[in-house]
Ligand binder design. Structure first.
Ligand code: SF4
Length: 444
């Protein structure tokens, strides 16, 4: 079980010597309990205490890196079952499969999508993370040839899916230096797969439908010097995946079963139902999800879901406060005030661009809260608006003194007028109506 700050404090030297970089032992204990620092920062612990505190405070799920270079990513190092307890930190890598039996054009199509397809959403670029090569042909040389051909032009993280060490070796000869994930070792192949993982410095997935067998394989791989492991619970159905993945996560974060403290890999392809399986993997703790050729709409949906789940619920995605010109405005253009919650900003921006009306978007800092929440929570105030007008030098940018505020901020209109000296007009509550509002109701 994770330790509380006070329990940790009781085990510290309590000298407040500051060698750890914190002013007191209690301050260090609090950081340690939150998993934000490592116990090794305190040099004055005896070995037994260091081991005890390390086991109780280090991330319960190992951090594993997949790939090398710009698009490499890490998974694991999560602490909780539910994101209302704490953020989920490392989003799962989505790896689109290609099989070595496919025609060249089909493989090239998937590779081009993974390499080049990007979706832009609320200020972030979203894309599939890499390619999963599946050995279907039964011919190790052919498999190696396909991996080698793609490797030369893709430069993205990879998973090598082959249960035969010879096929793995043929593929790794082309891409081993780029640290793909080797998928997967079972009881019969664990030793040979460990040798390959060690030779190329790759992470290795172990696969078994029984959690006790998974643990046994983990122990075997660790004994053979492979620490960067992932767990494939070999589900035959979505229900299997849900049950096994949740059980693995629960035992890992509760620290009752350290041998299950590794990220999970979910091969959705054999199960069918690609959209549902991908969504389930994102929601229920997969670290790597092997997906079929999802169409662009399904891919966008999966990436949007992942973006939402792996956003800190206490820190909404924000845009930088300031003054944003839209559609090349002049000094007589309307000024529309709103908040720096990304979804609000990008939704409004989309409607304004579509309407083609020149204007200024005047974004005030509500710490990423939506208009309604900011008004209710006292984060959007007349003082904040007055300060933002000064900071952005709004008075020098337009030749009028009219501010359009969102419909949900209507209760503040009088106070904003008083504080700023600007005439305040209340705009629509729904961003979709902003084009019509400006066309029919705007005149400085
Ligand atoms: S280094 Fe250790 S003993 Fe010194 S203040 Fe930090 S926790 Fe306390």
């Amino acid at each position: 079980m994770a330790m509380k700050a006070l329990d940790i404090y009781k085990l510290l030297p309590k000298t407040n010597c500051k060698k750890c970089g914190f002013p007191t032992c209690l301050a260090f204990a609090m950081k340690l309990a939150s998993g934000k620092v490592d116990v090794d920062l305190c040099p004055d612990l005896d070995e037994q205490t260091r081991e005890l505190l390390g086991g109780a405070t280090r991330p319960p799920i190992r951090l594993v890196a997949i790939g090398a270079g710009e698009r490499s990513f890490t998974v694991g190092e999560e602490f909780v079952l539910y994101r209302h307890e704490r953020t989920f930190y490392h989003q799962p890598g989505l790896m689109m499969q290609v099989a070595d039996t496919w025609p060249e054009e089909r493989i090239e199509g998937v590779v081009a999508r993974v390499r080049d397809e990007t979706f832009h959403r609320v200020g972030e670029d979203l894309s599939v993370d890499g390619i999963a090569f599946r050995w279907e042909s039964g011919d190790a040389d052919r498999f190696g040839g396909v991996v080698g051909t793609v490797e030369a032009c893709a430069s993205v993280p990879e998973v090598i899916i082959a249960d035969d060490p010879e096929a793995q070796a043929a593929a790794l000869a082309h891409c081993g230096n780029f640290q793909p994930l080797i998928h997967a070792a079972c009881a019969d192949t664990a030793e040979a797969m460990c040798d390959l993982a060690r030779k190329y410095g790759c992470a290795l997935a172990v696969r078994a439908g029984d959690l006790e067998e998974l643990k046994r394989l983990v122990g075997l791989c660790r004994d053979r010097g492979v620490e960067n492991l992932m767990l494939d619970p070999a589900p035959a159905t979505l229900r299997d995946f849900l049950a096994r993945s949740v059980e693995i996560r629960r035992r890992a974060v509760e620290r009752t079963d350290p041998d299950l403290g590794y990220p999970v890999v979910f091969d959705t392809v054999p199960l069918g139902l690609p959209d549902a399986a991908t969504a389930l993997g994102i929601l229920k703790y997969a670290g790597v999800i092997i997906i079929d050729e999802l169409g662009p709409a399904s891919t966008m949906a999966a990436l949007t879901l992942r973006q939402n789940i792996y956003t800190d619920p206490q820190k909404p995605i924000q845009v930088t406060p300031g003054l944003y010109p839209v559609n090349a405005p002049t000094g007589s253009a309307p000024v529309l005030m709103t908040v720096n919650f990304s979804l609000t900003y990008f939704t409004l921006l989309g409607y304004l661009e579509a309407a083609g009306i020149p204007c200024y978007l005047f974004i005030v800092d509500t710490e990423g809260m939506s208009v309604l929440t900011a008004v209710a929570g006292g984060k959007l105030t007349e003082t904040l608006v007055a300060d933002a007008i000064k900071t952005t030098e709004l008075e020098n940018r337009v030749d009028h003194r009219v501010l359009i505020i969102p419909g949900y901020a209507a209760p503040l209109s009088g106070k904003i007028e008083e504080e700023t000296g600007w005439e305040v007009r209340v705009g629509p509550g729904d961003a979709a109506e902003i084009g019509e509002y400006l066309e029919t109701g705007w005149e400085a």
